[in-house]
Design a protein around this ligand. Sequence first.
Ligand code: DAT
Length: 173
Amino acid sequence: MRSNPNIVVTGTPGVGKTTHCEALAERTGLRHVSVNQVVKDRGCHEEWDEEYLSWIVDEDKLLDALEEEVKAGGCIIDWHACDLFPERWIDLVVVLRVDSSTLYDRLSARKYPEAKLQENLDSEIMEVLLQEARESYAEEIVVELTSNTTDEMESNVDRIEAWVKQWKENTRP
Ligand code: DAT
């Protein structure tokens, strides 16, 4: 039994996962696990995709690399996918959402190649990550939150922090 919960913060690139996870880690003392960083540092990838300028992830290697840390609890897992994590590992799934125009501005600022930018905009509009979360986890642990403004981000972080406190109270032996 974990004494700290595991939270997945997911959503299309640019929605604000890293920003939320860093703020949450500071507020809750849980660890920010940047899956992109784990993929790079632990070599959990196949080849480099030149069109999308990103690694093609080896999911088996990635799960092996994360297993020990996540099973111990207290992880805020930051990634643009969530369906590979076993349900028993995860206590809350936060899906961040943004308006298309906001996402366009954020991804343009990152100088994403056109194909990658368009694919991510389509993915956000089609709610791909939200559907993935809903198909992979129990309805009651999936929460959709908007992340267009700093005020929204602050309110999201407050809300998740309160959830963590409640989770700990409920699971105290
Ligand atoms: P992600 O990790 O999902 O790719 P990020 O945290 O790196 O996203 O954020 C992308 C950019 O958008 C970054 O410059 C910070 C900004 N941003 C994120 N969430 C925001 C919010 N709720 N309000 C204003 N700016 C935000």
